[in-house]
Design a protein around this ligand. Structure first.
Ligand SMILES: Nc1ncnc2c1ncn2[C@@H]1O[C@H](COP(=O)(O)OP(=O)(O)OP(=O)(O)O)[C@@H](O)[C@H]1O
Ligand SMILES: [Mg+2]
Length: 510
């Protein structure tokens, strides 16, 4: 066959069920490619995790030095080129047998002919789906990476890379795929909690004809305009925001809230945090030593300037099939306020989804380590408990999470371990690498090594979505790049330019 590229060789430790080396006798092969070979129980698929060149002439340093001491190169004296071999090191991944993929438990034989894996086999092997999300291409195989909506998102996704590694770019590609999805294939709603305003461009009409306009399907909500309606708050939600409440305080607060809600229905209208504070202040049944701290907590909530009489925007308006909502928190520096926003939205949409009031959704959480931190007291990790809950229970209700972080070590292990697919982009920090090696199932040390050599735009997926670790190139985005992506030079130039224009306008006025 023409696509045969090599032959399995016998080495000190192989072939074995976990490694098989072969000599390449036809063409070229790259690390990360897939090969296949006939095997006693079907077709064995293996991942090339290294390619090595060897040459007997250059094995011994002393003889190379000796032969070249007369000034002429070895290659001029001997037919060295004829003795250069390419050896591919592979890790057998699985065996196709009668339409099923089985584990490799028996070694292939030395002498077995090796072929490049066929597209058909790879597609099936890697769990690709014709109707899935097109997020990239398998390098050197010219094979589109199309991942099924369920296998990628149902059991949650984590996207991990160092800063500038391409996380937001990949998220944008996924968002495009979700927005472009036809109704027949099943469309979910998407909400992005965006601390740095990296996705605002989706909501802007696009003037560049080479880019796709998603503004009609996108809603942008600025954190400054968000109001959480106090009458919609339950004691559960408040104690999520104020983790220090004692049981008697919760009881008192619950009683007062339900009194206010009754009065509201009787015609007094909606109430806000001030009304709640006054009611607590006036209430005679609360013990004094409980009332003071409770009022203190309510004051601290008041200082966040986020509570009002009604919800703005209303949740059912935000979460619609095939629609993207971006909660842009870039105008808020206060981390507590951001956590309150995340916590509130997460609680509301999860609870509404459980009651089937809203469609299945994906919630993308950028800078996830700030909202679901590993080591932080409950008071400084307000949003952690609800995110953990969605991570644990969400899949039963069609509530999916995508956690995005450049500090996986600081990300809560409980939440991260519930993410059944990890997409890893460039990471170089040894602590993060070690952590990823430990937390991503099925990742061997060779693949972990390869993560450091990934370039921006190259990624590795591990877990449910592809069944086996897969290196791929992220596809080009269709939407316009975020405004964050202008270069430092341009940002500095723009600043000076604007200042000069302002100065000359002022000079003219004088
Ligand atoms: N697949 C890709 N193809 C082309 N360019 C890319 C790709 N991925 C990322 N880039 C470029 O790399 C830069 C950084 O990407 P991005 O903003 O997505 O990184 P990030 O991981 O989100 O960083 P941060 O943690 O700082 O938010 C951007 O200029 C982006 O255009
Ligand atoms: Mg980013």
């Amino acid at each position: 066959m023409t696509d045969e590229i090599g032959t399995v060789i016998s080495t000190l430790d192989g072939p074995s069920p976990s490694n098989a080396d072969f000599v390449i006798n036809n063409g070229k092969l790259h690390r990360g490619q897939f090969v296949e070979m006939d095997y006693s129980e079907g077709t064995l698929i293996a991942l090339v995790n290294d390619v090595i060149k060897t040459n007997r002439y250059f094995e011994r340093a002393d003889s190379v030095k000796e032969f070249e001491s007369n000034g002429s190169a070895m290659s001029e004296q001997f037919p060295t080129a004829e003795w250069e071999y390419l050896i591919a090191k592979t890790k057998p991944l699985g065996v196709f047998s009668k339409g099923f993929v089985k584990r490799v438990t028996f070694p292939p034989s030395p002498g077995t002919r090796v072929r490049l894996a066929s597209k058909e086999n790879l597609q099936k092997f890697l769990n690709f789906d014709e109707k899935g999300l097109l997020i990239g291409e398998v390098d050197h195989h010219n094979l589109p990476v199309k991942l099924s909506l369920s296998s990628l998102l149902k059991k949650h996704l984590a996207i991990l890379a160092l800063s500038g590694g391409g996380k937001s770019y990949l998220v944008s590609v996924i968002l495009e795929e979700l927005l472009d999805r036809p109704k027949e294939n099943g469309r979910i709603a998407t909400i992005v909690l965006d601390p740095h305003g990296e996705y605002g461009n989706f909501a802007l009409p696009c003037k560049d004809p080479s880019k796709k306009d998603y503004s009609s399907k996108t809603k942008l909500v600025k954190a400054a305009n968000i109001r959480i309606g106090v009458p919609k708050l339950s004691v559960g939600v408040i104690s999520g925001i104020v983790p220090g409440l004692t049981a008697p305080q919760k009881r008192d607060l619950g009683r007062i809230l339900s009194q206010l809600k009754t009065q509201m229905k009787e015609g007094l209208g909606p109430f806000d945090l001030n009304d709640l504070k006054d009611a607590v202040f006036r209430d005679e049944a609360i013990k004094e030593n409980s009332k003071g701290p409770l009022l203190g907590w309510l004051m601290s909530l008041h200082d966040l300037h986020i509570f009002g009489k009604t919800d703005n925007p209303s949740i059912p308006d935000l979460i619609k099939p095939g629609q993207l909502t971006i909660i842009d928190m870039s105008d808020t520096i206060n981390l507590k306020k951001k956590q309150v926003i995340v916590s509130y939205f997460a609680q509301r949409i999860f609870s509404d989804r459980r009651k089937k009031k809203i469609p299945p959704f994906l919630m993308v959480l950028e800078e996830a380590h700030q909202f679901v931190p590993e080591r932080a007291k409950a008071e400084t990790a307000i949003s952690r408990s609800i995110i953990r809950t969605i991570a644990r229970e969400g899949r039963k209700f069609g509530a999916s999470l995508c956690l995005v972080s450049q500090r996986p070590v600081q990300l809560d292990t409980t939440a991260l371990s519930q993410c059944n697919t990890h997409i890893i982009l460039r990471i170089t920090n040894p602590y993060d690498l070690k952590h990823i090696g430990e937390s991503s199932e099925g990742l061997d040390s060779k693949s972990v090594d390869m993560i450091t050599s990934l370039r921006v735009g190259e990624a590795l997926t591990v877990g449910e979505a592809t069944h086996f670790p897969l290196f791929f190139k992220v596809r080009e985005r269709k939407s316009a790049e975020s405004k964050h992506e202008i270069s430092l030079e341009k940002a500095a130039f723009d600043f000076e330019q604007e200042n000069e224009e302002r100065d000359s306008e002022t000079a003219e006025l004088l």
